[in-house]
Write a protein that binds this ligand. Structure first.
Ligand SMILES: [Zn+2]
Length: 399
């Protein structure tokens, strides 16, 4: 039974986890900052109970009340919602959403059309690389392009990652503002039937896109090798559909089909054919100027669930909650450490509470590290909030 996780154990284990391991105090401080200038009790919390009973519009005013809620209800799933002008509760028609962290949700199921190692709920260290790339690209864009500072990254508990931006400007961003950010960061478009999903045109590339491609380039060959994007006839066919220039496509097709099945070798051959073709056909070059970048982006750029980002009051799983299906903790992590994260090293409620579990000590120290990471984000947010309030107060005095 060691290391095995059994969903039936949750009702017994969760109350202990919430009391001993869940960073209640830090969570309250994080949510307080994120709710300010409204009080903490204006923040919506939702619980999913053992029998899928869903409770919305819960609220609490301090850690003591949160602990009581945990013990009374023993939620199997814990989601965080928006901040209202008043204490949220069922049937309050005068409740208006005033603030909400700017959130991003990236899930590996949205990569099913490109990942070849796993599908649906499955995830492995190979496809986890897509999350590493997504985290690096988004984190850099949020910092460099938008100037955001308080960014919390959290493992979603199964096969994805969440990002919470708590800067005041992000929290108070209105719906059109959120849509604009989401659209700015979204480069991949089109449904299942669209083979080519990235179109960069022929003008100079935006700095943000250039930077994303530089990040992708650090991982691209490794991903190509592991995912074998070009190795079978079917995958090759999908790849060829991204090349719109018929002449070029035919050349690539006849050359690659004759080659070994190694995706890396096939890619290198394709790049060579492409470069030669561009040199010989300046007209065609204008049309496929950024073909290499477009393909790399289609394979590796973050696939965002934009509705989560655009929605002002979308509920999202709380950091450090337990995923009911995997038992894994939604740990906070530093974006620069995403590439060192191993899925098997992510603590589960079972290993944290069972001293005899073989992974226990490693999971225990990873849990401590995750709480420390969370703390650091909260401390810096508190500092920024204090500064903002001071500036606001002095601006009022000046007036
Ligand atoms: Zn995989």
């Amino acid at each position: 039974m060691v290391g095995q996780y059994d969903e039936n154990l949750l009702p017994d284990m969760l109350p202990i986890y919430y009391t001993r391991q869940f960073p209640q105090k830090i969570l309250c401080r994080w949510l307080s900052c994120g709710s300010s200038p409204q009080p903490l009790c204006n923040r919506e919390l939702s619980f999913t109970l053992a029998d899928d009973v869903y409770l919305r519009y819960l609220s609490f005013s301090d850690q003591k009340e949160l602990q009581t809620l945990f013990q009374k209800k023993c939620p199997h799933k814990l989601d965080i919602g928006a901040v209202y002008n008043t204490k949220p509760s069922i049937g309050r028609h005068d409740a208006v959403v005033l603030a909400r962290e700017l959130v991003f949700d990236i899930d590996l199921t949205d990569y099913d059309e490109i990942r070849t190692c796993c599908q649906e709920a499955k995830v492995c260290d190979k496809c986890w690389k897509f999350m590493v790339i997504a985290c690096e690209i988004l984190n850099t864009a949020l910092k460099d392009d938008f100037g955001f500072q308080s960014i919390l990254w959290v493992f979603s508990g199964r096969r994805g990652i969440h990002c919470w931006v708590s800067d005041y400007e992000a929290r108070t961003l209105d719906s059109p503002g959120r849509s604009a950010v989401a659209d700015y960061l979204c480069l991949i478009s089109g449904g299942e039937n669209q083979s080519k999903k990235v179109h960069l045109g022929s003008d100079n590339l935006h700095t943000s896109i250039k930077r994303a491609v530089t990040i992708i380039d650090r991982y691209f060959i490794k991903v190509l090798e592991e995912q074998e994007f070009l190795s079978t006839d079917e995958r090759l066919k999908k790849f060829l559909k991204m090349i719109q220039d018929e002449n070029l496509r035919n050349q690539v097709e006849s050359n690659l089909q004759k080659m070994s099945e190694s995706s890396v070798e096939r890619w290198e051959a394709f790049v060579e054919i492409y470069n030669r073709h561009c040199k010989e056909n300046p007209n065609s070059f204008r049309k496929s100027k950024y073909l290499l970048e477009e393909i790399k982006i289609q394979y590796c750029y973050p696939r965002l669930d934009v509705n989560v980002t655009k929605g002002f009051n979308h509920l999202l799983k709380s950091p450090f909650s337990i995923h009911p299906k995997t038992g894994k903790v939604s740990i906070a992590f530093k974006p620069e450490n995403a590439k060192n994260m191993k899925l098997e090293d992510i603590p589960t409620i079972y290993t944290l509470l069972d001293d005899s579990a073989s992974e226990n000590s490693k999971h225990d120290s990873n849990m401590k590290l995750a709480v420390k990471t969370f703390q650091e984000v909260v401390f810096s947010l508190e500092k920024a909030e204090a500064l903002r309030r001071r500036n606001e107060a002095s601006a009022t005095l000046d007036f």
